[in-house]
Design a protein around this ligand. Structure first.
Ligand code: AR6
Length: 178
């Protein structure tokens, strides 16, 4: 099964799970996080607030993922992950971003889901260089599909044309047609 690239608003997708690019508090924010909370309605924030804090203000450490319901969204679940803030590429950013993709896919599998859509995690406020992030998204999702017999529909959502182009470039560099 190939990796799909779709340009638009992730909150419109009726997939089994959409992934949220959240922050460690899981209490909402701007960007895709804000859009998901607005579209889901207040039940989403209430469920996030009930998730345990590992330390003050941290419900999900960077590179990890937590599942909630999707409330008014057309998707069935929201998988909240926290991408790394880009500093200089020397602070484990690539491995942490790879974990966001891999662990979201593992969680989707453990929930028996068959389709998942990802935003470009860390590529907004968190400042990750777009093409480097697109390469990680493509590498991880392709590796996951190649190592799992159970099919999973994986959609990489681009909110703008530059992101769609970065995914297409990264997919063709990996020998795939977007
Ligand atoms: N659908 C799909 N993609 C979107 C949407 C949307 N509705 N809205 C924005 N994007 P960002 P980050 C794209 O900043 O960099 C939040 O405040 C956007 O164009 O949302 O991981 C959190 O609470 C970009 O390509 O997430 C955190 O504090 C991508 O989503 C922080 O931002 C990610 O941009 C996380 O920063």
């Amino acid at each position: 099964m190939k990796i799909e690239v779709w340009q638009g608003d992730i909150t419109a997708l009726a997939v089994d799970a959409i992934v949220n690019a959240a922050n460690e508090s899981l209490l909402g924010g701007g960007g895709v996080d804000g859009a998901i909370h607005r579209a889901a309605g207040p039940g989403l924030l209430a469920e996030c607030e009930r998730l345990p804090e590992l330390r003050p203000g941290v419900r999900c450490p960077t590179g990890e993922v937590r599942a909630t319901g999707a409330y008014a969204l057309p998707a069935r679940h929201v998988l909240h992950t926290v991408g790394p803030v880009w500093h200089d590429g020397q602070r484990d950013e690539p491995a942490l971003l790879a974990n966001c993709y891999w662990k979201s896919l593992q969680l989707a599998e453990s929930l028996n889901l068959q389709s998942i859509a990802f935003p470009a995690i860390s590529c907004g406020v968190y400042g990750y260089p777009l093409y480097q992030a697109a390469q990680i998204a493509v590498t991880e999702t392709l590796a996951w599909q190649r190592s799992h017999a159970q099919p999973m529909r994986i959609v990489l959502v681009a909110f703008n044309t530059a992101t769609a182009k970065a995914y297409q470039q990264a997919l063709s560099a990996a020998g795939q047609v977007a």
